[in-house]
Ligand binder design. Structure first.
Ligand code: FSX
Ligand code: SF4
Ligand code: SF4
Length: 311
């Protein structure tokens, strides 16, 4: 995605979040990855000038809320600082206190006030069958809103849309074989509807909290990011690659050694930086205790199913 977004002119950062703690979180230095590997120096420079608050509304379609839970696991800086001080989270169905027509009224008021300058974070797929009736997200002045109708109304007014998680990016689990709801990812949905608002895909089921936070940071300071975290092949960088090359295969999932290809590992078909960034604040990652199931890939989950059988 090459289009550059006109960024919000927001008040200077008064968050008290230090540049150091923010950089640490967004670059994954806690997990041992250097900033130069994921962002270029002009971006660091932009952060030095001060972070800006940016209105974000978070909409949930067909998902499991795992993407929100993953983001809430951001620890450095604490997620409260990210959501309330770095960005200005104005609407989130899981964490906001308001509900019903007050909540939707607030959402529409924000879209009007910040027209062209706010971002929409979409979590979950958009069901398009039966005119969107499989996912009703609210009622406003006796008008029922489906996720599809809400996005059709709000997306053209937004400056950018973040498709958070594989469901929002590509359809994911709701779009898997057998789906009757017409579950669709944001980019495909926009194509169908002729919506031109730029979209940033942040796949993963769920996405790593750093992927979400750093993408937002990039959006605030540098505009729409190009490929950030999904350029490297898992298998080519796996600590078990040597075992693979020597034909030493794990036979059981609890085996601390050996390549897990025979157990169904989809690392060879998957591109993400999990092997280096790791999960759970750098503690471990899927291949340590199980296998990579290719959760960031456009064909997930059908293309990597059955998970525990070799492809
Ligand atoms: Fe999908 Fe988000 Fe997977 Fe779940 O809601 S990306 S099912 S982890 O959490 O949308
Ligand atoms: Fe490749 Fe998976 Fe084996 Fe690692 S465990 S070397 S990613 S197949
Ligand atoms: Fe997804 Fe594979 Fe990364 Fe695990 S290792 S989070 S399954 S891409």
């Amino acid at each position: 995605m090459k289009d550059k977004q006109a960024l919000t002119e927001a008040p200077p950062n008064t968050s008290g979040v230090t540049r150091r703690s923010f950089l640490k979180a967004v670059t994954g230095t806690a997990a041992g990855i250097g900033i130069s590997q994921v962002v270029n120096p002009t971006f660091i420079h932009a952060l030095e000038k001060g972070l800006k608050r940016h209105p974000v509304v978070w909409l949930q379609g067909q998902g499991c809320t795992g993407c929100s839970v993953s983001l809430l696991n951001s620890t450095s800086p604490p997620i409260a600082d990210v959501l309330l001080k770095i960005i200005s989270l104005q609407y989130h169905p899981t964490v906001m206190a308001s509900e019903g027509k007050d909540a939707l009224g607030n959402l529409f008021a924000i879209a009007k006030e910040y027209k062209g300058k706010f971002s929409i974070a979409v979590e979950g797929a958009i069901p398009t069958a039966e005119n969107g009736k499989y996912c009703i997200v609210g009622d406003y002045h006796h008008k029922e809103y489906s996720m599809m109708a809400l996005l059709k109304e709000l997306a053209p007014q937004a400056g950018s849309v973040l498709a958070i998680g594989t469901c929002a990016a590509y359809g994911g689990i709701p779009a898997a074989k057998g789906n009757v709801t017409g579950a669709t990812g944001v980019m495909d949905f926009f194509k169908q509807e002729g919506i031109k608002t730029p979209v940033v895909n942040i796949p993963g089921c769920p996405p790593h909290p750093d992927w979400i936070v750093l993408s937002i940071a990039h959006l605030l300071e540098k505009g729409i990011p190009e490929l950030l975290f999904f350029g490297e092949n898992i298998h080519d960088n796996c600590p078990r690659l040597e075992a693979y090359e020597e034909g030493e295969m794990s036979e059981i999932i609890s085996s601390p050694k050996g390549c897990r290809m025979d157990l169904g590992c989809k690392g060879p078909d998957t591109y993400a930086d999990c092997f280096e960034r790791k999960w759970n604040s750098g503690l471990n990652w899927c291949v340590d205790n199980a296998i990579c199931i290719g959760c960031v890939e456009p064909g997930f989950p059908d293309a990597s199913s059955p998970f525990y059988e070799p492809s």
